[in-house]
Design a protein around this ligand. Structure first.
Ligand code: GAR
Length: 193
């Protein structure tokens, strides 16, 4: 993907909708010397996202945007990101689907994390569907975002074993632990660090 030149880090925005545990792990990673990225903005589609608290804790600028009028908001956001020299976007539990136009403008520079072994179980209610299908394994995937949902090129995956009495909650927890390690690893991989 993008090659790291010089010592400046890739200015990155993280998009969230909820708890933001992946955001937290990305912020911690971004502060390490080996990180090729710096996190400049947190974007949320809802003021209720708990993860917005990390903006205050880590002194990162935040933007809460109502995606109801998607075209209008996305265009505003694109200009804002451009003006602020944001080069990469990490989706981390962001539950809105970005338009083709938006993705095109950031071609190859939007990453997402999904709590399944893609291409299996794209979309919502992943853990419920995995358990209903009596799968032996699930996991998580970091991938590039393209215009089709959860379908862009896979960067890294981590498999986890499903236990006998696994519930949606226990599986989600178990996979989140792996997500927190996988996202930084995937970023190091695309920058060849
Ligand atoms: C994570 O499990 C992430 O993989 C998932 O939402 C959770 C967000 O947790 N993302 C999706 O399902 C996107 N399709 P977090 O807010 O604690 O990072």
């Amino acid at each position: 993907m993008v090659l790291l030149t010089g010592i400046s880090k890739i200015r990155t925005a993280v998009f969230i909708s909820g708890t933001g545990s992946n955001l937290k792990s990305l912020i911690k990673f971004s502060k390490t010397s080996k990180s090729p990225i710096s996190i400049e903005f947190i974007v949320s589609n809802t003021p209720k996202a708990k993860g917005l608290n990390y903006a205050k804790i880590y002194k990162i600028k935040k933007k809460v945007l109502n995606f109801e009028n998607k075209n209008f908001i996305e265009n505003k956001l694109l200009s804002f990101l451009k003006i602020n020299n944001v080069e990469m976007i990490c989706l981390a539990g962001f539950m809105k689907i970005l338009s083709k136009n938006f993705i095109k403008k950031f071609n190859g520079k939007i990453l997402n994390i999904h709590p399944s072994l893609l291409p299996k179980y794209k979309g919502l209610n992943t853990h419920r569907r995995v358990l209903n299908n009596k799968e032996k394994y699930s996991g998580c995937t970091v991938h590039f975002v393209n215009s089709r949902l959860d379908s862009g090129k896979i960067i890294l995956q981590k498999k986890v074993k499903i236990s006998k009495n696994e519930t949606e909650v226990s599986l989600a927890k178990k996979i989140l632990v792996q997500e927190h390690k996988l996202y930084p690893k995937a970023i190091l991989k695309i920058f060849n660090v």
